[in-house]
Every structure is written in structure tokens, then in C-alpha cells.
Design a protein around this ligand. Structure first.
Ligand code: SF4
Length: 297
């Protein structure tokens, strides 16, 4: 017996965030001249999109590859610390700066807070984020030796409780985790005999990331099966796919259409979603593959 044709829907909020879209649009302008463009680090955590960009003429390089021969260097949406700009300028390389404006503003705020604490002679900037993440490296680079990166309560030993603290989050951090983190810091401040009025909290999580969670929960609930498309290295992808699974056990993560199996049985509706680093074109390819499997094509 033929199975009923399911409804297949792509999550309207899935696809690149504005910062990544802007960076890719910017790269496109420089790639149209036929010259290869060197991007410092991977532009997105998505292998399929990186392959597409490579085919257009983009190369992904590391700090060690910076040399006077490069001529032009592209800075991705995550941003870079001032030391990188200084190095590129010293080598007289042209900089194509695609740092997301949200990240640039955060770099400025973190830098201002750090300078103010330095002027006061006390205080610490605390960044809730992943040590070694490119955005966090950029943020730390704007501080003056009075900042720490903290990912979990096990790292609290780095924090000078009792004195002034200014808390910031990496833009892609989880909103609930950051709220819990800030509460735990306030609690520890009280235990240390400090004044929580000296703990300043800046909610620096990007709205495009924090809005995805509630909308994805609604989307995942309204479909029988969810196919979540994400690069394996994307922390945002791991988080969102896990969230989808909390309300829809039939959530399957793939990085490309070739990984899709027939998970659909008699599903009446299939939803396709993805991380902030998943391109729209890949979601559409996944939709085509599901149509092929379910006999919709
Ligand atoms: S997630 Fe937000 S802050 Fe990060 S690149 Fe995208 S728009 Fe910018």
C-alpha cells in the first residue's frame, strides 16, 4: 500500500543569521574578480558551505599562514583581537573586515569595561563562553589583563569574588545557562561577603540566537519528524538539535542530504530546521531528498 504523502516544511527561522549572511555577501563581492581570497579561520561551521566558498575562490588559513605574500585577508563574522589587525597592518595587507556589527559592539563594551576597571585599580571582566572559541579570543583580546573566560562553575576559582565584576556572555551562549551562571556568581559574591550591587550583568546573547530556541520548540512540536541540518562542529547546531529532541523524539541530525535515511514511516508532516551556520540552499536540498524518499517527487 502506498503511504500518504507527508507535508514537508522548512523552518522559516532556519538559515544563516544576519551576521553570517552579511559576511558571505561581503566575500562574494571580493570573489567575483577571479582572485583567491584568504579568510582567517573557517567562515562558518558548515563543511558544505565551506566547500561552496572554496569552489568560488576562498581559502581558509590560520594565523601561522599570515605572510606578506597574501595581499588581502578576510576577517569573518566572529571578529579578531586587535593583535591580529596590528599584525596584518604591519605587513601592509589589505583587510576585508566582515566582523558582525553585534560582535564589534560587544568587543567595544568589553574593552570599555576592562579599561574602566584598570583605571579604578580593581574589578574583573568575566566572559561566559567557550575558551578558545574565535569570538571569545576576539573579546579577550580587547581587555587589559583583568578578564577571565568561564564556561562552568568548576572554573569559578578564576574569579575574584567580592570585588566589582562585569559579566558578559559569548553572543551564541544559551540564555538559560547564562541566567543560571549570573545567579551563581551573585550567590558566590554574597558568600564571599561582597556586595551584589558591584556585579554588573550585560545580556550580550545575540537576539537571533535566543529567539531561535522558543520558535524551534514550537516548530518541532508541530511536526511528526524533524530533520535537523548542521555541521558536526557547530555548537549552536548541537544545542538546537538537542532542544528539538526534548519535544520531538523523532529528531534526526544530518550534515548533508546523503545522510538521510527513510525515517518517515507514515509521518504526516516532516519539518526541516538547522543551525545559524546552516545555509538555506542546503535546507532546500534536504527537502528535495526527503521528497524523493517519500515519493513526493
Ligand atoms: S549569531 Fe548574532 S552575533 Fe553571531 S554572527 Fe550571527 S548575528 Fe552576529
Amino acid at each position: 500500500m502506498k503511504r500518504p504523502l507527508p507535508v514537508i516544511e522548512i523552518d522559516p527561522l532556519a538559515g544563516f543569521c544576519s551576521g553570517v549572511n552579511r559576511a558571505i555577501g561581503n566575500a562574494g563581492k571580493h570573489l567575483s574578480g577571479g582572485e583567491r581570497l584568504k579568510c582567517l579561520g573557517e567562515l562558518v561551521h558548515n563543511e558544505e558551505e565551506l566547500d561552496r566558498l572554496r569552489s568560488l575562490g576562498m581559502d581558509f588559513i590560520s594565523q601561522e599562514d599570515i605572510s606578506p605574500d597574501l595581499r588581502k585577508v578576510f576577517i569573518r563574522a566572529h571578529g579578531e583581537p586587535p593583535v591580529t589587525y596590528n599584525k596584518l597592518k604591519a605587513l601592509k595587507l589589505e583587510i576585508v573586515d566582515a566582523t558582525c556589527p553585534v560582535v564589534s559592539r560587544l568587543q567595544q563594551k568589553v574593552g570599555n569595561s576592562s579599561r574602566e576597571f584598570k583605571r579604578m585599580g580593581e574589578g574583573q571582566v568575566v566572559i561566559f563562553g567557550k575558551p578558545g572559541h574565535p569570538e571569545v579570543i576576539g573579546l579577550m583580546g580587547n581587555t587589559s589583563g583583568n578578564a577571565v573566560v568561564v564556561q562552568q562553575s568548576g572554573d569559578f576559582g578564576k574569579i575574584a569574588f567580592g570585588g566589582p565584576l562585569h559579566l558578559f556572555a559569548q553572543t551564541t551562549a544559551n540564555q538559560d545557562d547564562y541566567r543560571d551562571f549570573c545567579e551563581a556568581i551573585k550567590q558566590r559574591t554574597i558568600e564571599a561577603g561582597g556586595d551584589i550591587a558591584l556585579v554588573t550583568v550585560t545580556n550580550s546573547i545575540c537576539g537571533q540566537v535566543s529567539r531561535r530556541a522558543p520558535s524551534l520548540l514550537g516548530f518541532a512540536r508541530s511536526h511528526d519528524v524533524i530533520v535537523f541540518v548542521s555541521g558536526r562542529e557547530s555548537s549552536n547546531g548541537k544545542y538546537l538539535a538537542g532542544l528539538s529532541r526534548t519535544v520531538n523524539a523523532n529528531t534526526y541530525t544530518v550534515s548533508s542530504p546523503g545522510e538521510i535515511q527513510d525515517w518517515f514511516g507514515n509521518a504526516g508532516s516532516i519539518g526541516i530546521s538547522g543551525a545559524t551556520s546552516t545555509p538555506r540552499w542546503l535546507l532546500e536540498q534536504v527537502a528535495d531528498k526527503i521528497m524523493e524518499i517519500t515519493g513526493n517527487l
